[in-house]
Design a protein around this ligand. Structure first.
Ligand SMILES: Nc1ncnc2c1ncn2[C@@H]1O[C@H](COP(=O)(O)OP(=O)(O)O)[C@@H](O)[C@H]1O
Ligand SMILES: [Mg+2]
Length: 400
């Protein structure tokens, strides 16, 4: 069992603060396992209501107050997107005086896909994203394995390459044939599957609905809907463009990535690392993998990419406490600075630009540009270092 101690800690902290905590993430990413670990260590009773089960759904439909309200201690509601009415039912329970229960909801679809949820529990709920395995969780030494196989625990831990492939095959089929219809979607599994594979070839490119619609021979409305479905189920990341008036023509479409590198490789038909290394999408694959790991380590709020029509580009811009940090993801043994990096540094007035690469050595590339191994991304603190001459020397600090 791979330990996910920082996620567990985050869940426990939030359960102590709010009557409802929701764990959100893709199918099979490990939500139920985390909830079981929280329950096992819970001081007091804990119950699980699994809405994947038809009988539990039926009980929830006819006597929800009884089912939820009898709970004391920790009440876990699994696959909550199967019965979104739970959210309305929870509201009075949260507000009841002498409330004895805390609710841990697990969902495999984002808030946007579960209608009316945010309003009914506003102010009472905290969300915790459950991503695939991170490099520190996987042990860090196995970077290539995590990159190729992706972060679903069962895929990452598969006993062989063939077992990995079988897991991927089963996962993608179940997702299309059971999970998507389970959300109430009428999209044909074949069409969505075709779109998913097509998107793998466009991984890391700016979204162009017209082009995709043309190559699939469907409407623009349809491809936009497919994209939203895959984004809402944590399969696809839509990274918005940064926009400000810089007197330049900026790219205004988002960039689209498959969030899990293993699914990307599976949909590209790759069998192993050797095949990836000679594949034309190698650079894009690294970019997506390093992007997701960076967002796990540094948080995914206020994340953008930057692109100008003339080709200058920054893979990731993070805004943190009013400061701007840049990231470039380079699948190279020894990355160098480029003209485009200098342009981004100046245009965006970055504090610093980190060039994230697969190697092991951290080195300065230029003023405010540093090459950083991906495995160090979680050690990065995005705060401004003290200005020269004022750092830490008692008495040397100028008067405020
Ligand atoms: N930390 C982990 N280490 C090893 N295997 C895990 C871990 N988390 C989940 N798994 C395995 O991955 C599979 C999916 O996990 P599960 O918790 O059911 O995911 P979810 O509830 O998000 O669909 C299960 O077979 C589970 O045993
Ligand atoms: Mg589950």
């Amino acid at each position: 069992m791979i330990e996910r101690s920082s996620l567990l800690a985050a869940i426990r902290v939030r359960l102590a603060e709010s009557p409802v905590v929701a764990l959100l993430g893709a199918r099979q990413v490990g939500k139920t396992t985390l909830a079981q670990q929280v329950a096992a260590a819970w001081a007091g009773p804990a119950v699980v209501l699994d809405l994947e089960r038809a009988d539990v759904r039926e009980a929830m439909r006819v006597t929800p107050e009884k089912l939820l309200g009898e709970g004391k201690g920790l009440v876990i509601v699994d696959e909550v997107q199967r019965a979104p009415e739970v959210f309305e039912r929870l509201r009075p329970l949260c507000d009841a005086p002498g409330r004895e229960a805390v609710f841990l909801l697990l969902g495999s679809a984002s808030w946007d896909l579960i209608r009316g949820v945010s309003e009914s529990l506003a102010g009472r709920i905290q969300l915790v994203d459950v991503p695939g395995l991170s490099l520190p969780e996987s042990g860090g030494a196995e970077q290539d394995r995590l990159w190729f196989r992706g972060g679903f625990p069962r895929a990452y831990l598969a006993a062989s390459g063939a077992a990995w492939e079988r897991w991927m095959e089963g996962f993608t089929r179940t997702f299309l044939e059971r999970d998507i219809p389970g959300l109430g979607s009428r999209v044909a599994p074949d069409a969505l599957g075709r779109f998913w594979r097509m998107l793998a070839h466009f991984h890391g490119q700016t979204w162009n609905a017209a082009e995709l619609a043309r190559s699939m021979d469907v409407s623009v409305t349809a491809v936009n809907h497919y994209r939203d479905l895959l984004a809402g189920t944590y399969m696809v990341r839509v990274l918005p463009p940064w926009f400000e008036n810089l007197g330049k023509r900026l790219v205004k479409s988002p960039k689209v990535y498959l969030r899990d590198s293993g699914i990307l490789h599976h949909l590209l038909g790759l069998g192993g690392m050797l095949e990836l290394q000679t594949h034309p999408r190698l650079g894009a694959s690294w970019e997506g993998f390093a992007l997701e790991q960076t967002l796990i380590a540094q948080g995914e709020r206020e994340a953008y990419f930057y692109g100008t029509q003339r080709g200058a580009e920054l893979d990731l811009l993070l805004l943190r406490r009013g400061l701007r940090w840049g990231f470039e993801f380079k699948c190279s043994e020894a990355p160098r600075t480029t003209r485009s990096m200098q342009v981004a540094l100046e245009d965006l007035r970055l504090e610093h630009l980190w060039v994230i690469y697969p190697g092991a050595l951290r080195y300065a590339l230029a003023e405010r540009i540093t090459a950083l191994p991906l495995r160090e991304i979680h050690t990065l603190e995005l705060t401004r270092p003290p200005a020269a001459g004022t750092g830490g020397l008692a008495g040397a600090r100028p008067e405020a």
